[in-house]
Design a protein around this ligand. Structure first.
Ligand code: FMN
Length: 330
């Protein structure tokens, strides 16, 4: 059972924090499709929040229908993370999450993200300071260690539990692996066995069967899904159904895929402005159109567009053509 303050979920399914992906339009889209218990925002730069930067402040936006949602912050020092946590708390999320897993050099070079894995004493001290500075529950997301020679996750979760952290999400890779190789779920199991607090497993869950296997093999309380949700926003719904019944749901119809994709695009345009949203949302096209015959040409033609209307027109025309063809085949 995942327990974070008053939030409680049996076999929780969580949307991972993902930069330029886990924003309100995508979180709402996944939530509406069903099966999703808790979503995280993309990481928000503590220094940006302190500077009052519009870009950082916009990332604190929460739509009521997507709750519960956690805001994730990252930053280089205890002081800046405390200030950022206090600012994020004013946006009234359901929890605050601290990023101690981002492997990107420009982030770790300043001591942020996965850099905390090099000093778990400091990580625990920072976590304790944030727990004390906000009223909301605090969670933390990290990796298993800096590199293969320094796997620290078991010791880290023990220290973080003592520091008052409510739950830790563990991506089963080291910082130096980046996204290469495969996530080592056995470290997630060992971390889970070492503490009483809830543990969230993360890394390489792409199907409902993967999620079940992660629950079974690690004993984790929640499974967090990132890239799998970009590839298939129905994954939470399908996984929930599979966990409850052992059955795999049929693929959504082309009509349903197109409707959900168009609604996601509309929400994106409202939130970010049309041009920026149409460019950012390109990374979702393959996911929505996956498995559809003759899609390559449509996808590359959608990639040329920076406005909503021509994309909607192309999707409608494609759907109509497909329907005519299947009518002729009958
Ligand atoms: C496009 C992208 C952006 C990401 N941004 C963040 C982020 O802002 N904060 C974070 O903690 N992790 C971030 N991650 C890592 C994911 O949350 C997750 O840990 C990782 O993708 C492994 O899970 P998966 O195999 O389910 O994708 C990002 C990953 C991707 C693919």
């Amino acid at each position: 059972m995942l327990k974070i303050g008053n939030l409680k979920f049996e076999k929780a399914l969580l949307l991972a924090p993902m930069e330029e992906v886990s924003n309100p339009p995508f979180r709402v889209t996944c939530k509406r499709l069903g099966g999703l218990d808790l979503a995280f925002s993309e990481f928000v730069n503590s220094e940006g929040l302190i500077r009052d930067s519009d870009k950082a402040l916009k990332k604190l936006t929460i739509y009521e229908e997507e709750r519960p949602v956690g805001i994730q912050i990252y930053g280089p020092t205890i002081e800046s993370l405390i200030k950022a946590a206090e600012i994020a708390e004013e946006a009234k999320p359901d929890l605050i999450d601290i990023n101690c897993g981002c492997p990107v050099k420009k982030v770790t070079a300043h001591g942020s993200g996965a850099a905390f894995l090099k000093d778990i004493e400091l990580m625990a001290k920072m976590a304790e300071a944030i727990v004390k500075s906000v009223k909301l529950p605090v969670t933390l997301k990290t990796r298993i260690g800096w590199d293969m020679n320094s796997i620290v996750i078991v010791e880290a979760v023990k220290r973080l539990e003592q520091a008052g952290i409510h739950s830790v999400a563990i991506h089963g890779r080291t910082r130096s692996m980046g996204y290469k190789g495969s996530a080592n779920w056995d470290w997630i199991r060992q971390a889970k066995e070492a503490v009483k607090m809830s543990i969230i497993g993360n890394g390489d869950v792409m199907t409902p069967q993967d999620a079940k296997r992660m629950f079974d093999e690690t004993g984790c309380d929640g499974v967090m899904i990132g890239r799998g949700a970009i590839a298939n926003p129905w994954l939470f719904k399908e996984t929930r159904h599979f966990l409850e019944t052992g059955e795999i749901l049929p693929e959504p119809t082309l009509q349903e895929k197109m409707n959900v994709m168009k609604e996601h695009l509309r929400l994106g345009a409202e939130f970010k402005g049309e041009k920026r949203a149409m460019i950012e949302l390109r990374k979702h096209f393959s996911g929505y159109l996956r498995g559809v015959r003759g899609i390559a040409k449509l996808r590359s033609s959608l990639m040329q567009e920076t406005e909503l209307a021509p994309i909607e027109e192309k999707l409608d025309a494609f759907l109509e053509k497909q329907e005519q063809e299947s009518f002729l085949r009958v």
